[in-house]
Design a protein around this ligand. Structure first.
Ligand SMILES: [Zn+2]
Length: 221
């Protein structure tokens, strides 16, 4: 598998041709610079030399970290999602594209945008279970929603900086709220849902807010 490609894109503002480097596979161990760029949010942006516009170019990528034992596919359309899902299902008991035996314990995930890729890396590297984090995000968003009244929480992200774990929430009107993730709340949610959450490990690769909502609804029944 080629790790990186050179691709020509056209600046949408001035039409200038820009040659950009696209990474189709990033290994967190072997490509620390690219990993840092993903975490900073700069791997997918390219400045136009002519007009200075920052262009963001999304493209499919496999991010893997053999040490922490996880792999995350960043994909953009439904067809790619079903392709990667098939690949993951096969890789559980066969071999991957490089002929390597895939560890059945390896966490395999699919994300749909680069912000979610960044978030997953931070969750796993901080030693958390992403399923419990998704449930915690819903709990934090619900409690924040009660405080902000008419405005609505549109998205929530886990983030970790200098050892501090946080839940960042963004409202529809463009506001932002940040809460420190309490270890106590995380542990309590893990006690409540840890066992239930693991049932999905085998066949569900998109662990996100929709997944967490479905789990909570099923648990209430
Ligand atoms: Zn330009």
């Amino acid at each position: 598998m080629a790790m990186r490609d050179k691709v020509n894109i056209k600046c949408p503002d001035c039409g200038q041709n820009i040659e950009v480097e696209q990474w189709t596979a990033v290994n967190g161990d072997k490509n620390p610079q690219q990993k840092l760029k993903i975490l900073k949010g700069t791997l997918f942006s390219f400045k136009c030399k002519k007009c200075g516009r920052d262009n963001v170019v999304g493209y499919p990528m496999l991010y893997s970290d053999p040490k922490e034992n996880y792999m995350i596919w960043l994909v953009f359309d439904d067809e790619e999602v079903s392709h990667v899902t098939d690949y993951f299902k096969k890789s559980k008991n066969e071999f991957n594209e490089n002929g390597e035996n895939v560890d059945p314990e390896c966490r395999q995930r699919i994300v749909r945008d680069s912000h979610r890729l960044r978030e997953k890396i931070m969750i796993f590297d901080s030693g958390f279970d992403d399923k419990i984090i998704e449930i915690a995000k819903l709990a934090y968003a619900q409690s924040a929603q009660r405080q902000i009244g008419d405005d609505r929480i549109a998205a929530a992200f886990f983030s970790s900086e200098d050892g501090e774990n946080r839940i960042e929430m963004y409202t529809e009107s463009g506001g932002a709220l940040v809460s420190k993730l309490s270890k106590e709340i995380y542990d309590r949610l893990e006690d409540m849902y840890g066992g239930k959450a693991s049932y999905a490990e085998d066949r569900v690769y998109a662990i996100d807010d929709v997944w967490a909502l479905n789990l909570l609804r099923a648990a209430q029944r």
